[in-house]
Design a protein around this ligand. Structure first.
Ligand code: NAD
Length: 323
């Protein structure tokens, strides 16, 4: 397959690219390398994650530039699109709702339009567990009503799903939306808890735990990549799947796992869960197991060990380079 990955310099995109290249697909990454978080990490992923594999083609550009998308699809004979480019994260979406809407909603329309004009055969698009918003019944199932988002980010992801459903209805393109649950692992995003806590613990700074009862279905990156590729290989019609580990981990268990992985105790201060954040997430993954052969296997204890080993090797190399 000739696959375009939007947001391909991102955390999930770069790992997905690596796995697809390893099995022999041709991969083109499109990313604007924006500075929502330190772009040195995006550059480092491109420079180092493909050192012992085939290299992806890297295009620097914006998904809002539909002409560029169309040109890329034509030039590289693209037949499949994995659409991951987005502004991620809940809290900044409350500060900057407009950019979230522009990129996550209008940008998705731009990708869908470019795809249908040039005969793309299948699309996999990123949604998020945040679409479950205020729902308190656990675990979250794909057939729950998601029309109650509690942050602009969640609303843009629900809108992404609606756009995808519409383009499938109008043009018959097979499209699969994946609701990712708190993904972590090597080369992960620096503002996410596991990365930020590791940094703080090593620097002997206080970590701020957003509620001791807060629970997250932390999902290891390799498991997510297996689900994304399963979705690509099995795309037909329009479908939505949860991709979680299916293990609700309270924050104190995640922190204990990190302390053990790093070999150092944390100084913890409990703070309230901010507005916009969901108190608990847990994925029902029955559908993904059945249809995509999705089989997550990595516990938080095992995953944090792998993350800590990566952090130890790479953090300073990446972030001491000049921007
Ligand atoms: N990581 C998670 O826990 C998680 C959870 C739920 C959903 N998601 C979704 O999965 C997708 C990938 O997430 P990630 O963790 O890899 O995030 P990421 O921020 O590392 O990756 C997104 C990439 O998209 C790029 N991008 C943003 N705006 C762009 C634009 N206008 N044009 C071109 N590129 C642009 C960014 O530069 C970035 O490299 C996102 O859609 C995110 O919303 C992630």
């Amino acid at each position: 397959m000739n696959i375009l990955i939007t947001g391909g310099a991102g955390f999930i995109g770069s790992h997905t690219a690596r796995a697809l290249l390893d099995r022999g697909d041709t991969v083109v990454l499109l990313d604007d390398f924006n500075d929502r978080y330190d772009p040195r990490l995006k550059e480092a992923r491109i420079e180092h994650m493909f050192e012992d594999s085939k290299k992806p083609v890297v295009i620097r550009g914006d998904i809002l530039d539909q002409e560029l998308l169309e040109k890329t699809i034509i030039e590289y004979y693209i037949d499949s699109v994995i659409h991951l480019a987005a502004w991620a994260s809940v809290q900044p979406s409350i500060e900057r709702p407009r950019i979230y809407s522009d990129v996550n909603v209008t940008g998705t329309v731009s990708v869908l339009e470019a795809a249908r004009k040039h005969g793309i055969k299948k699309i996999v698009a990123a949604s998020s567990s945040s679409v479950y918003g205020g729902i308190t019944e656990m675990p979250f199932r794909e057939d729950m009503n998601i029309m109650h988002p509690i942050s602009p980010y969640a609303a843009t992801k629900a809108a992404t799903e609606l756009m995808c459903a519409t383009w499938n209805h109008l043009y018959g393109i097979p499209i699969t939306c994946l609701r990712f649950f708190t993904v972590y692992g090597p080369w992960g995003r620096p503002e996410m808890a596991i990365f930020a806590f590791t940094k703080a613990i090593l620097a002997e700074e206080t970590i701020y735990m957003r509620g001791k009862d807060t629970m997250r279905d932390f999902t290891y990156i390799d498991d997510i990549v297996q689900g994304v590729i399963g979705a690509l290989d099995n795309a037909s019609g329009y479908h939505v799947y949860n991709l979680g580990e299916s293990d609700g981990v309270p924050l104190p268990r995640m922190i204990a796992a990190l302390e053990s992985a790093i070999g150092k105790k944390a100084t913890i201060e409990e703070v309230p869960l901010p507005q916009g954040d969901i108190p608990a997430t847990l994925a029902d993954i029955t559908r993904a197991k059945q249809d995509l052969n999705y089989q997550p296997t990595t516990s938080i204890e095992e995953g944090t060990k792998k993350f800590a080993a990566w952090y130890h090797e790479w953090h300073d190399k990446i972030f001491t380079q000049s921007a």
